[in-house]
Design a protein around this ligand. Structure first.
Ligand SMILES: *[C@@H]1O[C@H](CO)[C@@H](O)[C@H](O)[C@H]1NC(C)=O
Ligand SMILES: *[C@@H]1O[C@H](CO)[C@@H](O)[C@H](O)[C@H]1NC(C)=O
Ligand SMILES: *[C@@H]1O[C@H](CO)[C@@H](O)[C@H](O)[C@H]1NC(C)=O
Ligand SMILES: *[C@@H]1O[C@H](CO)[C@@H](O)[C@H](O)[C@H]1NC(C)=O
Ligand SMILES: *[C@@H]1O[C@H](CO)[C@@H](O)[C@H](O)[C@H]1NC(C)=O
Ligand SMILES: CC(=O)N[C@H]1CO[C@H](CO)[C@@H](O)[C@@H]1O
Length: 395
């Protein structure tokens, strides 16, 4: 019977079970999903079996195992367990072409079959990012393309700009196993310099996504800023200006000028790298200081207007006392403001109309004018307060 079954390559074999009706006998299988290259166990069970043979056959209807007898010459296919209750075989090094419907047959009369679907997952390849030629110029349009091949089902591609997700464009998914592409197009600017663009490939066969990162190198013209060491520069003080420049490539050395001309050639002024130091400020130092730096994309500049204060004009007490005085003034002012607000609040609750009449009535010929005056006074008080507030806080 076994040989006959093999020769005819059909799943009908009555010899062993021709007299058995097989009531209540049924093979049970389960669908199997494995990753390409792994091993698949195909198990077929029968709960009540009166010594009837079991058989596994592949999607091409070829018999793989008949009981414990191997039928197909394929070294990847091995027997795991064969009994009247179970027939388990193992397919090693599974490939995408092994996918399909496998059949377990129980040779009762008639033959009972159950299908088990073997799903083979294609593992996506490590993603590759193309389309970036280093370096880009600011304003260029860049199209990054991420490609991963070999996935089944099609892998999912996601893009990240540093750690933030950005939306890419799904380009193609083709083939039996898929080549999946996703593109990301944008205009680069200086903010993109040094930014990491990551393509992440997600797939059922992967426990964690595959990632590839491209760090952008974007060239841009220098941008300069001047920082200064003192808020209120005074005569005799030590003063430092620093020209902070960003740019790619890194800008050429900084060039200082004053009022459109060269720096006055005095010992008190020292230029060192990006810094301009004035060792002892003098009123004659006031003016517009400018720094410039350039790279192959252009020149950047920044200006600082220096006004040297006369320490005598600022008061005899020096900066610390002035500061304490300022703080005290602010505290006093806030207290006053609070008192005024509180007073108004109380007044409003007592009766706004009466209060206003009392204020405006003194020099008013009649009650109506008194009310108008009162409103007018009220408004101008309010504005005066606002002015005071602004004035003090701006000091
Ligand atoms: C397949 O069966 C063998 C033997 O019972 C076992 O060692 C292995 O873990 C099983 N593999 C899977 C994927 O279930
Ligand atoms: C099944 O086979 C075993 C030996 O393998 C035998 O002892 C038993 O009687 C058989 N049972 C039936 C129902 O034929
Ligand atoms: C097994 O897979 C096939 C094909 O994918 C499907 O039609 C069937 O419902 C699955 N059976 C079970 C029990 O999951
Ligand atoms: C998309 O796939 C088709 C084949 O299905 C191919 O001809 C085409 O070039 C692909 N497009 C891209 C952008 O890869
Ligand atoms: C500032 O410079 C002038 C002339 O260069 C000099 O006469 C004067 O003493 C200086 N003032 C201070 C505070 O150094
Ligand atoms: C803004 C200012 O005070 N400028 C003064 C800078 O110093 C020169 C003399 O050195 C004055 O003429 C400017 O008025």
């Amino acid at each position: 019977c076994f040989l006959l079954s093999l020769l005819l390559n059909v799943s009908f074999c009555f010899c062993g079970s021709i007299l058995k009706w097989g009531q209540g006998q049924f093979p049970i299988t389960q669908n199997v999903t494995v990753v390409e290259g792994a091993m698949a166990n195909m198990t077929c069970r029968v709960d009540y079996n009166d010594n009837t043979s079991l058989q596994w056959s592949n999607p091409a209807q070829q018999t793989l195992f008949f009981g414990d007898k191997k039928a197909l010459r394929d070294h990847r296919i091995e027997l795991v367990r064969a009994s009247w209750q179970e027939l388990t075989i193992r397919i090693g090094d599974v490939s995408l072409s092994d996918e399909g419907q496998y059949t377990c047959s129980l040779f009762t009369m008639p033959v009972k079959t159950t299908k088990a679907f073997l799903t083979v997952l294609g593992v996506p390849g490590r993603p590759e990012i193309t389309g970036f030629s280093k370096p880009a110029m600011e304003g260029d349009i860049v199209t990054l393309m991420c490609t991963t091949s070999g996935s089944k089902p099609a892998a999912n591609i996601r893009w990240f700009r540093n750690d933030e997700e950005v939306q890419g464009k799904h380009v193609n998914a083709t083939g039996k196993s898929f080549t999946v592409k996703s593109s990301l197009q944008f205009e680069v600017d200086r903010q993109d310099d040094g930014v990491a663009y990551t393509c992440s490939v997600e797939h059922v066969s992967l426990s964690s996504p595959y990632m590839t990162t491209e760090v952008l190198d974007v060239h841009y013209a220098p941008h300069l800023e001047i920082t200064h060491s003192l808020i209120i520069p005074q005569e005799g003080q030590y003063f430092k200006l620093e020209c902070v420049s960003i740019g790619n490539p890194i800008p050429e050395p900084v060039l200082w000028s004053k009022d459109g001309g060269e720096l006055p050639d005095i010992e008190r002024m020292i230029v060192e790298g990006t810094e301009l130091t004035i060792t002892m400020l003098n009123k004659t130092d006031n003016g517009t200081y400018r720094c410039e730096a350039s790279n192959d994309l252009g020149t950047g500049s920044a200006e600082y207007i220096l006004f040297v204060y006369d320490p005598n004009a600022l008061g005899q007490h020096g900066p610390d006392h002035a500061l304490i005085g300022g703080v005290v003034a602010v505290v006093v002012f806030i207290t006053l403001c609070l008192i005024i607000v509180l007073g108004r609040y109380l007044a409003r609750h007592k009766g706004t109309y009466l209060t206003h009449e009392a204020k405006g009535a003194e020099d008013a010929p009649d009650a109506d004018t008194a009310i108008i005056n009162a409103e007018g006074n009220h408004t101008s008080n309010h504005i005066a307060n606002a002015h005071t507030c602004y004035f003090v806080s701006s000091i």
